[in-house]
Design a protein around this ligand. Structure first.
Ligand SMILES: *[C@@H]1O[C@H](CO)[C@@H](O)[C@H](O)[C@H]1NC(C)=O
Ligand SMILES: *[C@@H]1O[C@H](CO)[C@@H](O)[C@H](O)[C@H]1NC(C)=O
Ligand SMILES: [Ca+2]
Ligand SMILES: [Ca+2]
Length: 325
C-alpha cells in the first residue's frame, strides 16, 4: 500500500520553516535498511517519528517500527542496496519527497498555506504562493506574490500601483491607482482594490486590514524612484500611525541625488494618501501616495525635495509595497 502524508506542524513558521509541509512517501509493512542511520530512538507514533525527520535536512528517510515504537532516521540511500525492501509487518518506511531540493512544498497549495512569504525557505524562488495571514483554518488562504531576493527576501506583495497621468506627472490629475482600502479623506477618488496583486504589474492591493498581520517593515519599489526598506519607529504605515521611521535606500533607480538621505518620517492620513518625507511634510517628500485626481501629485522624488526628480521616459511607471515582520 502506498500513501502520501503531508506532515504539517503548527510550530511558528519563523523559527522552523523547514518543518512545515514536508511531504513523505509511505510504504507499509516493509523497510529498507542500509546502515546509513543518523539517529535511532523511541517515538510514540509514526507522526512524531516523521516530524523528527522533517526537522532535519540530513534526514531523507524514516523507518518506524510500530510494535516497538522505534524510530530510525536515515540519510541518503546507498545505490548498490537500492530496491531491496524487507517485508516486516507493522513497520513503515518513509521517503522524503523533494521537488526543488529544498524539501519543502510550503505555500504551494491551499492546504500547505504559510502565514506569510517569510515562512518560505530562504532558497525559495520569488513567485506566487498560498498564504493565510490570519492563521487557523486555511479555508480563507489566498495566493500572494513573494519577493525572496530583495534585501534578504521574505517580502509579501500587498500593493502594485500605476498612475492616472504619467504623461503629465506633476498635474493635479495624476494620482496612484488603484489604492488600498485604507482610511483617507473622502475626496480620494481612485478605485479601491482588495484583491491581492499576483505580480508587480498586476495593479491591485491586498485588504489593508491584513497588512499588519504580515509585519511592520515595508519595502517600497518603483521603476521611477529609489527602493526603500523602512522599519517602524513611532510611525508605522500598517498601523496607520504618524511619526518617525527608519528607512534605507536598498536600490538606486536613478543616478540623481545618490547621496540624498532616505526619508525619516511617515504621515499616513494627512493629504490624499500616505507620505514619506524627511523634514518638512510638504517640501521634502520622497514618496507621496496621492490618490486624488483633483489636487496634488504623487511625488516620487529620489532627492526628497517634493520635486519632479523621478526617473523620466519610463514607459509604464509603477510602484509596489511589500511587507515583512
Ligand atoms: C501578472 O499577473 C496578471 C494577473 O494574474 C497576469 O495576467 C499577467 O500576465 C502577469 N504578468 C507578469 C509579468 O507575470
Ligand atoms: C478586509 O478584512 C477585514 C478583516 O479580516 C474584513 O473584516 C473585511 O470584510 C475585509 N474587507 C474586504 C473588502 O474584503
Ligand atoms: Ca485562516
Ligand atoms: Ca493628484
Amino acid at each position: 500500500m502506498l500513501i502520501f502524508v503531508l506532515v504539517y506542524l503548527s510550530l511558528p513558521a519563523k523559527t522552523q520553516p523547514e518543518e512545515d509541509g514536508v511531504l513523505f512517501e509511505i510504504k507499509e509493512n516493509v523497510f529498507k535498511f542500509d546502515g546509513n542511520s543518523i539517529w535511532q530512538g523511541k517515538a510514540n507514533s509514526l507522526l512524531s517519528c516523521s516530524r523528527t525527520c522533517a526537522s532535519q535536512s540530513a534526514c531523507k528517510r524514516v523507518i518506524f517500527e510500530g510494535s516497538k515504537g522505534t524510530c530510525f532516521l536515515l540519510g541518503e540511500g546507498q545505490t548498490h542496496l537500492a530496491n531491496t525492501l524487507v517485508k516486516q509487518d507493522g513497520t513503515f518506511y518513509l521517503k522524503k519527497i523533494t521537488t526543488t531540493g529544498v524539501y519543502s512544498l510550503l505555500g504551494t497549495s491551499k492546504s500547505a498555506a504559510i502565514a506569510s512569504c517569510q515562512a518560505l525557505h530562504s532558497q525559495s524562488q520569488s513567485g506566487v504562493y498560498w498564504i493565510d495571514p490570519d492563521g487557523g483554518s486555511h479555508t480563507n488562504a489566498f495566493r500572494a506574490y513573494c519577493d525572496m531576493k530583495t534585501d534578504g527576501g521574505g517580502w509579501t506583495l500587498v500593493w502594485s500601483y500605476s498612475f492616472t497621468n504619467n504623461v503629465d506627472f506633476t498635474a493635479h490629475s495624476n494620482a496612484v491607482t488603484p489604492r488600498p482600502n485604507w482610511q483617507v479623506t473622502p475626496e480620494v477618488n481612485v478605485p479601491i482594490s482588495t484583491t491581492p496583486p499576483l505580480n508587480e504589474t498586476n495593479f491591485n492591493a491586498m485588504n489593508f486590514s491584513l497588512w499588519k498581520l504580515l509585519g511592520r517593515q515595508i519595502l517600497i519599489k518603483s521603476n521611477i524612484n529609489n527602493w526603500l526598506v523602512c522599519h517602524p519607529g513611532t510611525g508605522s504605515l500598517v498601523d496607520w500611525q504618524e511619526g518617525e521611521v527608519s528607512c534605507k535606500v536598498v536600490k538606486h533607480v536613478t543616478n540623481t541625488c545618490t547621496s540624498a538621505l532616505a526619508p525619516s518620517k511617515i504621515s499616513p492620513s494627512k493629504g490624499y494618501g500616505p507620505k514619506l518625507y524627511r523634514d518638512s511634510e510638504w517640501y521634502s517628500l520622497y514618496y507621496y501616495f496621492d490618490g486624488y485626481t483633483g489636487k496634488d501629485w504623487p511625488s516620487h522624488d529620489p532627492c526628497g525635495t517634493s520635486k519632479s526628480n523621478h526617473l523620466k521616459n519610463v514607459v509604464n511607471p509603477r510602484g509596489n509595497i511589500y511587507i515583512r515582520a
